[in-house]
Ligand binder design. Structure first.
Ligand code: HSE
Length: 431
């Protein structure tokens, strides 16, 4: 045992992540002493509801319902915020920083929206604020970007950063399920919330992309400027077509830095080549694929949610902050952003695109549609029409890279043709 004073931790919020954090810190306490050189102990845990059943048992003397018994405790060095949401988490975090505590948090929404203010306060008070658990659960992407790849020029991030949607899409793909059925399964298994909006509409992924792109590119990214489409409108027939054409369908969070330093940021379903490393990431797992000038390609993979995986990521931050405190180096890795990113409007973004149309099965249809694509300088990479019922045909197209506005204009003209009944799918293609 070390004779040095322990580093004392207070946990705010004892739900899924807080309990995982407590378990990791207590079950691995011996190896943590060895790694940090002194004990790292949980002194107090604040939660408003101690009657709720949990998988872990906590000594009564650790429990409180008052967050300020932690924030104002001079013996506590590190505050772990695992409440989630904007308030009261934000107030607690700012007050903890003002009280001279280092802070670790798994709160993606708070960091995405207010990370700049929080990190500015941390710098002013010479404390750490770390948030590995906010993106990708256990996947160590924040530290990788902030430290391991810090010297590189990162220009692209593509991530599967939402486990709920990746689980739903995996089931739609494997079993041919409708979105609603797969969502119901995800809810039964505890992957999806009763109100799944944040996950299925890409809101959760956009928060995570704002954090990742800001760190990777060194510019703050306004989460409200991130273009976003969810997966609730996806149809199993498009997933089946994609599969036959060599693609899987994934919800990707994508950020690209252009040569002029402007930034593309978008979250939406993608037809991803089955050969892309992200294509094999199934079920509730997350992975983040990074490209940089020097590193070329890096991919990190792991469980994107869950008590112990996310608790492990937060505990890693606690250990790092404990080491920094031990070496009088709190605030060692500061905010890496300088200024606000200029976000490229989505209409100016280009990509390859998959389009499915329902058309009348009669002579001249293919020619009429191709003529419109040609007149808008959109080049066709691949087209497929299968045997039909003689009345209506499904035609699926993959277009070479074209601009969003350019394609929108062409599809409006095509939709106006009397031979076109509907355009039920337009999905971007990557990989
Ligand atoms: N709701 C998230 C997901 C996990 O489904 O991936 C927490 O960030």
């Amino acid at each position: 045992m070390s004779n040095l004073q322990p580093i004392r931790v207070g946990i705010l919020g004892f739900g899924v992540v807080g309990t995982g954090l407590y378990q990791v810190l207590t079950e691995n306490s011996d190896s943590i002493i060895q790694r940090v050189g002194r004990p790292v102990t949980v002194k107090r845990i604040a939660d408003v509801d101690w009657d709720r059943s949990r998988d872990v048992t906590v000594p009564d003397e650790l429990k409180t319902t008052d967050a300020y018994e932690i924030i104002n405790d001079p013996e506590i060095n590190i505050v772990a915020e695992t409440i989630g949401g904007l308030e009261p988490a934000m107030k607690f975090v700012m007050d903890a920083i003002a009280a001279g505590k280092s802070v670790v948090t798994s709160n993606k929404e708070m960091i995405a929206r207010h990370g700049h203010d929080i990190l500015a306060a941390a710098a002013a008070n010479s404390v750490d604020v770390q948030f590995e658990g906010a993106v990708g659960g256990v996947v160590p992407i924040i530290r990788t970007l902030k430290e391991s790849l810090d010297a590189d020029h990162i220009y692209e991030i593509m991530g599967i950063v939402n486990g709920t949607t990746n689980y739903i899409l995996t089931e739609m793909s494997r079993e041919g399920l409708d979105f609603q059925v797969a969502l119901g399964q995800a809810q039964q298994l505890g992957y999806a919330e009763a109100d799944p909006t944040d996950d299925v509409e890409g809101i959760d992924a956009a928060n995570k992309l704002a954090i990742l792109s800001a760190i990777a590119f060194g510019r703050r990214v306004d989460v409200d400027q991130i273009y976003r489409e969810g997966i609730s409108q996806l149809l199993p027939e498009d997933i089946a077509y994609a599969h036959r054409m060599g693609y899987v369908v994934k919800l990707l969070a994508i950020a690209r830095r252009r040569d002029d330093d402007s930034v593309e940021t978008h979250v939406h379903p993608v037809l991803l080549s089955q050969k892309h490393p992200l294509a094999s990431v199934s079920g509730p797992f997350n992975a983040i694929f990074v490209r940089g000038r020097a590193c070329d390609e890096v991919m990190l993979y792991g469980r994107g949610a869950g008590s112990l995986p996310t608790g492990s990521a937060v505990a890693g931050d606690v250990i790092d902050s404990a080491r920094n405190l031990t070496k009088n180096a709190a605030g060692r890795v500061p905010c890496v952003c300088a200024g606000q990113a200029e976000i490229v409007p989505m209409g100016e973004v280009s990509s390859r695109v998959y389009v499915r149309m329902k058309v009348k099965d009669q002579p001249g249809v293919m020619g009429a549609i191709s003529t419109i694509f040609g007149s808008q300088s959109i080049s066709i990479a691949c087209v497929m029409q299968e045997d039909t019922d003689g009345q209506t045909a499904d035609i699926v197209w993959i277009m070479h890279e074209c601009g969003e506005d350019q394609l929108t204009g062409a599809l409006a003209a095509i939709q106006a043709l009397p031979i076109v009944e509907a355009i039920p799918a337009r999905i971007r293609v990557e990989g």
